[in-house]
Every structure is written in structure tokens, then in C-alpha cells.
Design a protein around this ligand. Structure first.
Ligand SMILES: C[S@@+](CC[C@H](N)C(=O)[O-])C[C@H]1O[C@@H](n2cnc3c(N)ncnc32)[C@H](O)[C@@H]1O
Length: 314
């Protein structure tokens, strides 16, 4: 047993909620069933709507970044778990020059195993004229890399990214989706600063909890504790201001932060009408309460002035 086992286990929870929502038709993802078994339990409609807003919000920002840079850019997915973003972007013809996924080796080892055994997943990596190098826990191919590292150790992350030929001169997007909240603030502060100091043209997207000082937040913290999962980084999740300030005080020039209740309402109306017909919702308040306790934060540093400040949800 390691102290991080509970946190590592959150990948299975997130993955199975995503798989459930995809099977229900909330969004299109033909790759998720290749990595994640069918969910064994039903998920409440508000959970699936929350995941829908999370996936859509992140997708809007990432696609904006890829189109702005004509894909001449890099994406580093921190704590990627079993995320399928690389394959979804590849399917849309939006593959960046370099896409790196980072997680604990317990997670990357399982992901490696699934990728190796699924032709569809492998084909997306072998589309280029380059060799695929695989170990038990890591994959290196033309544009896709899967590496193991503890994000608390910036030195290790730095050398792993170097091994992926990450080019600090290229516009680079860092994504952390429900990850930083599990890591002590002293470490995430260092990480956020290191990215700003090392990448002159960078965009950071962070999705996680917010407004955690109220009773809903306390219940969430206690529930996770019973599953040996500590929200060690919860101090930064007090408000949208604390979320934003961790970037603005560590080398980032600007950005924005939106709670998911606000973001949900900014999503295209036709899409919302479609997903709201998929399952009946008994109480709208439950959904609103859940959405107000998560947020999407983005920050940029745009030394080359390529227009990163224009990237937004609407
Ligand atoms: C809730 S899951 C989210 C997975 C994925 N980002 C998603 O949203 O589907 C959190 C992920 O962060 C990873 N993680 C948390 N702390 C980490 C650390 N210190 N180093 C590397 N990975 C970490 C976990 O192993 C897990 O895969």
C-alpha cells in the first residue's frame, strides 16, 4: 500500500463515469470502450451532465489552441489517467506535434497494456513514419508519449519531457483535469511556476473543485477521506480568486476562471437541449450545487504574442 493508492484509484472512478456518460450518448468517444470496461453501476444524471460540461469545456479551449497554432504546438496532459483526448483529436485531424501524458507508473503501466493490445489505439500512434518504443510503463512514438512521473517532483517531470523531445520554444498547453487538488500546494505551486518559467508561450487549463469552504465541500472532503483519498491541495480550491491567483502570482500573465454552473450555461444551447433529453433530472438544485463546486481555470503566458488571451469558452 502506498499513500497515493487512494488518489491513483480516482482514475478508475473518473474513467467509469466518463464511460457511463459516453454509453448514454452524452458525447462521442469511440475510444473510451477500448480502455475502460463498461461501468458496473448506474451514475446519477447530474454526474453525467457534470462530466459532459467538463469534457466539453476542456475540448473547446484545447481546440481553440490547436486551431490558433495550426497544430504546430504541444500538449502535456498532467495526471492524464485513461483520458482519450489524444485519439479524439487524432480522429478530428487535430494532432499536435507532440502530445505527452504523465501519471504515476501504476496508471501508465495499465494504460500501456491496453494501448499495446488494441489495434485502433496503436494505429493512431503508428500513422507517422516513426518507430514506436514501448516499455512496461512508457510509450514513445512520433507525436504521442506516455510517461510515468510523480508530479511532486518537477526535476523528474522535466527530464521525462526532455526524453519526449518537448521543445520549449513551441506553444505548449498544459492540462490538469482533477489532479492538482490531490497534490500538496507547495508542490503544485512549484509546478505551476516551473511551467511559466520554462515555456515562454504557454497555456494552462486546470479543472477541479472550487468553493470548498462550505458544508458541501466539507462533506466531499470527508467522503474522500474514508476512501483513503486526501484532497491535499484543497487550499487553492477556496474560490475562483484563489484558483486564479496561484497562476497570476507565479509567472502567468492573464487568464480566467469559471465555475461550472456558469460554464454550463455558456455551452451551445442545441447541445444542452440534446443532452438534457437523454435522462430525466429530478432536482435541478442538485445539479447546480454540484456544478458550483467545480471550475475551469485557464492561464496564459504569451511571449510570442500569438493571441492566447483570446482563447475562451464562448
Ligand atoms: C481523478 S483522476 C483524473 C484522470 C484524468 N485527468 C481525467 O480527468 O480523466 C486523477 C489522476 O491524477 C493522477 N495523479 C494524482 N496525483 C499525481 C501525482 N502526484 N503524480 C502523477 N499523477 C498524479 C492520478 O494517478 C489519477 O490518474
Amino acid at each position: 500500500m502506498s499513500a497515493d493508492d487512494g488518489v491513483i484509484g480516482t482514475n478508475d472512478d473518473a474513467s467509469s463515469c466518463k464511460r457511463f456518460a459516453v454509453d448514454k450518448g452524452y458525447w462521442h468517444d469511440p475510444f473510451i470502450s477500448l480502455l475502460i470496461p463498461k461501468a458496473t453501476s448506474r451514475k446519477a444524471p447530474e454526474i453525467s451532465r457534470g462530466y459532459y460540461a467538463r469534457v466539453k469545456g476542456i475540448q473547446i479551449l484545447i481546440e481553440h489552441f490547436l486551431r490558433m497554432t495550426n497544430c504546430n504546438c504541444q500538449i502535456v496532459n498532467l495526471g492524464a489517467g485513461f483520458d482519450t483526448m489524444f485519439w479524439r483529436l487524432h480522429e478530428e485531424g487535430l494532432t499536435p506535434k507532440c502530445y505527452v501524458e504523465v501519471d504515476f507508473e501504476q496508471v501508465t503501466a495499465r494504460k500501456c497494456h491496453y494501448i499495446k493490445s488494441k489495434k485502433t489505439l496503436l494505429e493512431a500512434l503508428s500513422g507517422e513514419d516513426s518507430e514506436i518504443m514501448m516499455s512496461k510503463t512508457e510509450i514513445h512514438s512520433g507525436s504521442y508519449h506516455l510517461v510515468s512521473s510523480n508530479l511532486r517532483n518537477v526535476g523528474s517531470l522535466e527530464s521525462k519531457l526532455t526524453a519526449c523531445d518537448v521543445d520549449r520554444g513551441l506553444p505548449t498547453l498544459f492540462l490538469s483535469e482533477c489532479v492538482l487538488v490531490y497534490i500538496e500546494t507547495e508542490h503544485t505551486d512549484k509546478l505551476v511556476k516551473w511551467v511559466a518559467d520554462s515555456f515562454p508561450t504557454a497555456f494552462f487549463i486546470n479543472y477541479e473543485q472550487v468553493n470548498m469552504g462550505d458544508s458541501f465541500g466539507e462533506v466531499m472532503i470527508e467522503n474522500l477521506k474514508t476512501r483513503d483519498c486526501l484532497l491535499s491541495g484543497v487550499a487553492a480550491c477556496a474560490s475562483l480568486d484563489t484558483q486564479m491567483n496561484r497562476f497570476l502570482t507565479r509567472g502567468w500573465t492573464g487568464g480566467d476562471a469559471m465555475d461550472m454552473k456558469t460554464l454550463y450555461r455558456c455551452l451551445p444551447q442545441a447541445d444542452l437541449q440534446r443532452i438534457e433529453r437523454l435522462e430525466m433530472l429530478d432536482e435541478r438544485e442538485l445539479l447546480d450545487q454540484l456544478l458550483s463546486h467545480y471550475c475551469l481555470v485557464w492561464a496564459y503566458k504569451d511571449t510570442r504574442d500569438i493571441g492566447l488571451h483570446t482563447i475562451s469558452i464562448s
